[in-house]
Design a protein around this ligand. Structure first.
Ligand SMILES: [Zn+2]
Length: 260
């Protein structure tokens, strides 16, 4: 294949914020991220403000072909039903795929389902995944990965198409996590805190470094920042990871677009 014909993926961040206070103050937007690859347009973890961020950063949600929710924490799902309505032209055209962890699709154990039956019936198909499950959206293979997080049914995703993208979603590094993310062209890490700051159930940059060293992606992107990662800290931490690992590491900004 000619180099000019090489297939790529485009990623757009409809926010780079996570955690309670960044979300509540909207110090950073929290609309999740968009993956465009192999003719599909997937919206991953459409949190609060996803619709507004999509307008601001010129993403047409009516063109989406899939909506994915990794777990049932508010910063990952609160605009999910509205995003489905956008994808289905107000639930008038049955199209697209919804994928979520068990609680996002079915609720249970104190978690309410993220999607109503009205919204699930509006799409062409929907699936609840548990770690290890695989499914396809068009030509993209999606594998659910395990997490170590407060939503114990939470999942991450690996997207395999023209390129391979890993997204462990929320959760702290755990022994063996690296085996799920080998050979990724890009690894997107929800990195809430700097290396000095441990928070059980969440990833800091020291854990991100460990996962990056053990998976050796083409490059890594840090996002989903808590307050302690703002005011330039995310850039310093990304630089530190890059120096320690030798792997290009980028701190996301709201609206950032990256071609993989
Ligand atoms: Zn979470």
């Amino acid at each position: 294949m000619e180099k000019s014909e090489k297939m790529t993926a485009k990623i757009t961040f409809l926010g780079s914020g996570g955690s309670r206070f960044v979300v509540l103050t909207q110090a950073r937007s929290s609309g999740g991220w968009i993956l465009e690859m192999d003719g599909e347009i997937l919206h991953i973890d459409p949190g609060p403000g996803a619709l507004a961020a999509a307008k601001k950063y010129k993403v047409n949600l009516r063109k989406l072909t899939g909506v994915l929710v990794s777990h049932t924490h508010t910063d990952h799902y609160t605009n999910a039903e509205l995003v489905v309505e956008a994808m289905t032209s107000g639930a008038r055209i049955k199209r697209g795929t919804v994928i979520g962890n068990k609680y996002a699709i079915r609720g249970g154990d104190g978690h309410h389902a993220v999607f109503s039956s009205f919204h699930l019936n509006a799409v062409s198909n929907y699936k609840a995944l548990k770690p290890g499950d695989e499914t396809n959206v068009g030509r993209i293979k999606i594998t659910a990965t395990p997490t170590k997080h407060k939503d114990e049914k939470g999942i991450g995703f690996v997207f395999e198409g023209s390129v391979k993208i890993g997204y462990p979603s929320d959760g702290m590094y755990f022994n063996g996590q690296e085996k799920h993310f080998q050979g990724c062209d890009c690894l997107i890490l929800n990195c809430l805190r700097p290396r000095s700051d441990n928070w059980p159930g969440h990833m800091n940059t020291r854990q991100a470094l460990e996962l990056i060293k053990k998976t050796k992606p083409g490059f890594a992107i840090l996002q989903h920042f808590g307050m302690k990662m703002l005011k330039g800290v995310s850039f310093k931490e990304a630089k530190w990871i890059e120096e320690e690992s030798g792997i290009k590491t980028i701190a996301a900004k709201d609206g950032m677009k990256i071609t993989v």
